[in-house]
Design a binder for this molecule. Structure first.
Ligand SMILES: C[S@@+](CC[C@H](N)C(=O)[O-])C[C@H]1O[C@@H](n2cnc3c(N)ncnc32)[C@H](O)[C@@H]1O
Length: 464
């Protein structure tokens, strides 16, 4: 993060704006809105700027910029908005020497701070910044947000703000305060405000404040959520919603760091990931932790890679929750077979090549892989091995031994759907050597069958 987002109250702060043209107009509009005291300095001013000349909080100085002005007043910050590049640079240098923050219009590389693109809904302000990379992109994103944040949010924020102190005084506990507002903002209160029924909304809120019992032990819940194979865009809407409201998160090794970033910031995050043969937290301990945290009244997010019910031990976790009478909900995720095959241009079924597809675990038990090999080798069937990297030699040899043509196509997909995705495609007789040589990095999924031939034509995703 190059620029730290910060909201500053400018009411009565003194700002120097150098420039009298169109660029200065835009900046002055913003500063006036924020009720700042502004000295605006330039030998000439546009007609628009002159319309502001009678305002008490603005001082127009009819002159070229002079360094001495920085000593005459105590400025909170300076904006260089002239059309003279060299002068703008000089203003930045002067301000830096005097330890005053400076913004130079359109020159992010010499700015101490930049102005984000802003969307306003009453007291709600959403600011979008691209770190100076592209103001046009920031404006485009703001326009997108405009359509999803209706004007009524301003009124909503106002009613909430008017009642904040009352609620804070009523509930001693900080957590009750938060839970109260979360419940209200997920209730019909929001619909009432957004549909213009503010009176009814305020009555509803009053009643809820009256009736809310902070000593009532809130019932905890577990959300067992599939986070998909890696690309955060593959999360479901429900997954994202629950991720934003959880109090505690228990997450696995396979959950991509970019996905963890989307979890509510102040949620407690606990890593319970396992590596092969290296169980950080044992499964039964995880099950018990889920029960414990939920019984303490928390909303516990159990975040798993892919889909929780596909080689994810999700079934075991909810069995324990059921036994212990803990409420839960399960959210499916895109399983890695599906994500990896899609992002590698390999359809798992295809009218000409495969009418069925089977998901198998390649996880070794006591160094062995005990599978029904005949059943796997069916004509026109795609086989997908999860956890098959370590056992790849055994898998390929066994399939050949049980009669699969040694020239059958196969692909090993490394870290599918992410920017580290790599696809190693060859035949099953050559795959073990390829793995030996290329050393793919886990996690990997192994797809076997003639559908792999299609990759040459259908490959569409290219990782960085
Ligand atoms: C314990 S299983 C969990 C599977 C998960 N529940 C799912 O639905 O994808 C772990 C295996 O999933 C596969 N896997 C998960 N994410 C992957 C990814 N992004 N790329 C390739 N394989 C992945 C690997 O085979 C890994 O060894």
């Amino acid at each position: 993060m190059k620029y730290f987002p910060l909201n500053i109250e400018l009411n009565k702060k003194l700002i120097l704006l150098v420039g009298g043209g169109e660029v200065a107009e835009r900046k002055l509009d913003l500063l006036v809105k924020a009720k700042a005291q502004v000295i605006i300095m330039s030998p000439t001013f546009t007609d628009y700027l002159q319309t502001f000349s009678k305002r008490a909080e603005l001082t127009f100085v009819d002159s070229e910029y002079k360094t001495s002005i920085l000593d005459e007043y105590k400025f909170s910050f300076v904006i260089a908005a002239t059309n003279n590049e060299d002068l703008n640079k000089k203003i930045a240098k002067d301000a830096n020497e005097k330890n005053i923050l400076v913004n130079v219009v359109d020159r992010p590389e010499i700015c101490d701070f930049i102005f984000p693109s802003i969307l306003e809904r009453g007291p709600v302000t959403v600011s979008v910044s691209t770190g100076g990379a592209s103001p046009v992109l920031a404006r485009m994103l703001r326009t997108k947000l405009e359509t999803s944040i209706p004007g009524g949010y301003g009124k909503l924020a106002k009613i909430v703000s008017d009642n904040r102190v009352v609620v804070r005084k009523k509930f001693k506990n900080f957590k009750s305060n938060r839970i109260f507002w979360e419940e209200i903002l997920n209730s019909k209160f929001v619909d009432l405000v957004l549909s213009g029924q503010e009176g009814a909304a305020e009555k509803f809120l009053e009643k809820e404040i009256e009736n809310f019992d902070e000593n009532k032990k809130s019932e905890g819940e577990v959300y067992l959520v599939g986070a998909g194979p890696g690309d955060p865009d593959l999360l479901t809407f429900r997954a994202l919603r629950l991720m934003q409201q959880a109090d505690i998160v228990l997450y696995d090794r396979l959950v991509h760091p970019d996905i963890i970033e989307l979890v509510r910031r102040d949620a407690q995050k606990i890593y319970v990931g396992k590596k092969r043969d290296q169980h950080t937290v044992r499964q039964d301990e995880i099950n018990q932790l889920l029960v414990k945290y939920a019984k303490e009244g928390n909303r516990v997010l159990r975040l798993k890679g892919g889909d929780p019910f596909i080689f994810g031990r999700g079934g075991e976790e909810i069995e324990t929750l059921l036994d212990q009478n803990v409420t839960f909900q399960v959210v499916p995720g895109i399983t890695s077979a599906s994500g990896c095959s899609t992002y590698s241009g390999i359809p798992l079924t295809h009218r000409d090549y495969a009418q069925s597809c089977i998901f198998v675990t390649g996880h070794l038990k006591d160094g062995k892989l005990d599978l029904n090999w005949e059943k796997l080798i069916q004509p026109n069937q795609t086989i997908v091995f999860y956890m098959g990297l370590v056992s790849i030699k055994i898998i390929c040899n066994k399939l050949i031994e049980y009669g699969l043509d040694k020239n059958t196509y196969c692909a090993l997909v490394q870290q599918g759907t992410t920017q580290n995705q790599k696809v190693f495609a060859t035949t099953i007789s050559l795959m073990p050597d390829m793995v030996e040589k290329e050393k793919p990095e886990p996690p990997t999924i192994f797809i076997i069958g003639n559908v792999v031939k299609l990759r040459e034509k259908l490959n569409w995703f290219s990782a960085d």
